[in-house]
Design a protein. Structure first.
Length: 236
């Protein structure tokens, strides 16, 4: 399992991060959050007074800056942008919205996808995002597309934000999520969709522990070596 690549895709609020981190720990693989890279770029853009909607300026920024993902001794992910620790800054609603807007630009995606592929060349990975199975790692050994009802995804996202001290109404979370879904699915480059050979897992009825267990079983089935069959001998 040390060299396999697992692609976890799906819309916002479906539990990709929890699932991907758990899989990485279970199988001894490196966890990579591609969305964190887009969030970091959005944070850097906003800090420099660059609109995430400005395709040319955003692409120029992507070519100019350095975005790195590091893991500390405990395995926690740290996100660095031009040497700044952006780990906390990228988890705000503003960063999430900025990432959704900046990620629609083809030249931005070209730059970040190249970084993501380089990371995956170094070791086995569990990589989560919205185009990992379709674009970043189209030849990954296991491709999983997570989905859940809009109501369940909104409930999960509201709970996640509340744990971080961000209080947002369920109505606002739902509206923001619907807007992001529309952008992700309709963008010209790398729209959100399952890869043709991905296993789609509906997580609406699962809690997160059940979700991780279900996806783990799928991964094990996909990457397990074929059983050797004993040669049959004609009866005497």
């Amino acid at each position: 399992m040390k060299q396999i690549r697992i692609a976890i895709d799906g819309p916002a609020g479906v539990g990709k991060t929890t699932t991907a981190k758990s899989l990485a720990e279970r199988f001894g693989l490196l966890y990579i959050d591609t969305g964190a890279m887009y969030r970091a770029l959005a944070v850097l853009a906003i800090a420099r007074k660059i609109s995430p909607d400005d395709a040319e300026a955003s692409a120029a920024l992507a070519r100019r800056v350095s975005i790195r993902l590091e893991h500390d001794a405990a395995g926690a992910l740290r996100v660095l942008g031009d040497g700044q620790d952006l780990t906390v800054a990228i988890r705000t609603p503003e960063a999430s919205d900025g990432a959704s807007r900046i990620s629609v630009h083809p030249d931005v995606r070209t730059q970040l996808v190249s970084w993501q592929r380089e990371l995956a060349k170094q070791t086995g990975v569990v990589m989560e995002g919205r185009d990992v199975g379709t674009v970043v790692l189209p030849d990954a050994e296991a491709k999983i597309f997570l989905t859940a009802s809009p109501q369940e995804r909104a409930r999960r996202r509201q709970h996640e934000l509340a744990q971080k001290g961000v209080r947002v109404s369920l109505e606002q979370v739902t509206a923001d999520m619907e807007e992001r879904d529309a952008r992700d699915k309709s963008r010209e480059t790398s729209p959100l969709r399952p890869a043709s050979d991905a296993v789609v897992v509906d997580c609406t009825a699962f809690d997160l522990n059940e979700q991780v267990a279900a996806v783990s079983r799928v991964v094990e089935a996909l990457v397990a070596p074929p059983r050797k069959t004993r040669p049959s001998h004609p009866s005497s």
